[in-house]
Design a protein around this ligand. Structure first.
Ligand code: HEC
Length: 99
């Protein structure tokens, strides 16, 4: 019984912290990323890749690479340059949207 409680508590904690990360990521996405990439869908006819629904790990890696400039894009190097690891995780969690 004790173990069951512990499992439930841990599950709840993980679920909550995920919700918090998604929320923080959404705020950042709305303020910055959505201007080019949109939130749920990229603007039609614009040359910006769709982010919503993409894989967490893919987004996280791409943003780290843009930040470190190992992946080149004038725009994205500038945008990602000021993101912290936490920002990147939050944004990736928001756009991944599968959990
Ligand atoms: C001023 C416009 C602009 C803004 C703002 C912007 N991006 Fe981008 N983003 C681009 C462009 C243009 C590309 C394509 C660059 C390339 O070819 O590598 C891109 C590419 C990407 C990619 C790679 C997608 C893929 O298919 O590999 C990711 C991930 C990404 N952006 C995330 C973000 C996030 C997260 C934010 C907000 C913090 C953001 N972008 C803000 C213009 C923008």
């Amino acid at each position: 019984m004790k173990r069951l409680f512990l499992t439930a508590a841990v599950t709840l904690f993980v679920a909550n912290s995920h919700a918090a990360a998604t929320y923080a990521g959404k705020a950042k996405a709305e303020a910055v990323c959505s201007q080019c990439h949109g939130l749920k869908t990229a603007p039609k006819g614009a040359p910006f890749p769709q982010l919503f629904g993409r894989d967490f790990a893919y987004l996280q890696t791409a943003l780290q690479q843009y930040r470190d400039k190992t992946r080149k894009s004038d725009i994205m190097n500038a945008v990602a340059g000021s993101l912290s690891d936490e920002d990147i995780e939050n944004i990736a969690a928001y756009y991944d949207n599968k959990h």
